[in-house]
Design a protein around this ligand. Sequence first.
Ligand SMILES: Cc1ncc(C[n+]2csc(CCOP(=O)(O)OP(=O)(O)O)c2C)c(N)n1
Ligand SMILES: [Mg+2]
Length: 193
Amino acid sequence: MTLCFLGDGAARQGSLHETLNLAMLWELPVVFVVENNGYAMGTSVARTASHEEIWKLGLGYDMPCEPCDGMNPVAVAKTMDKAIKLARTGGGPSFIEMKTYRYRGHSMSDAQHYRTKDEVEEYRKIDPITQVKEVILSKKYATQKELDVVDKAVKDRVAECEKFAESSPYPDLSLMYDAVYEQEDYPFIKHKL
Ligand SMILES: Cc1ncc(C[n+]2csc(CCOP(=O)(O)OP(=O)(O)O)c2C)c(N)n1
Ligand SMILES: [Mg+2]
């Protein structure tokens, strides 16, 4: 099955509607995940849409669709598990709106005049990593000391990968298509492409 991610801004393009229509018609094994972080570059969803419930776009195609608290890892796991199982068992596509937030600007040139610092700080309080940490500590799945060890191991691994990438030669051009797969006879695609 395929996980297809797009932003709230990308969700407002006409091509999405053609895609949803055909995905439903051909019963494709896809989960469309809209990462609604409230802004498309610096333009808020509220300024560009008549309503902010992006998950409802699926209703127009009779596609299973729902919103999900994208800041809550347990809710994300449950929602995605359901949609992925549906796709894998021939149930066709789903459309999920992950309600989340973007702490940083869209790019380095984004001065973020379109929002307040308080708004950003409010979302930091419900950061998914913080939420997971609280569950782990309160349920005594691990101690702070054990988490520090994991934290250091991950940071070291990232630094190691960065060093490897920076010191490696550029890959050969022929590698460009390596991860692009060819059309096969997928068992869950009922319509022959
Ligand atoms: C077809 C197309 N139209 C316009 C743009 C210019 N553009 C780049 S990013 C962006 C906003 C995307 O918003 P969103 O999907 O919410 O992503 P986010 O800003 O949250 O990362 C736009 C309009 C583009 N890259 N491609
Ligand atoms: Mg966005």
